[in-house]
Write a protein that binds this ligand. Sequence first.
Ligand SMILES: [Zn+2]
Length: 110
Amino acid sequence: MNYKTIYSAANATEAHLIKGLLGQKSIEVNLMGEDLSIGMGGLPTDVMQVKIKVNEDKFSKALEIISNYEQLLKQPAQDGKSWECEECNQVNPETFEICWSCQANHLTVA
Ligand SMILES: [Zn+2]
């Protein structure tokens, strides 16, 4: 099977959020780079980029899901569904319980 890189997540948290989104549509995901961040000592995992790979067959479908996700991120918090992180002011979709950017917990910072 051929896997193609579809997205470079800023950190492992974002990678797992996207993996979850794609998983809901039965799209299998390979995360590259995540393992590297373990055991390197000193480098926190959240500064490591994680490459998200999907099967070529699912690439266009996955691209659609990821562009929807990016649209969500760009939306202002005024729709009542997204929430703005109090730590870093990034906007998160309502389905995210932790900030994709700084990993602050929405439920505890709110
Ligand atoms: Zn944040």
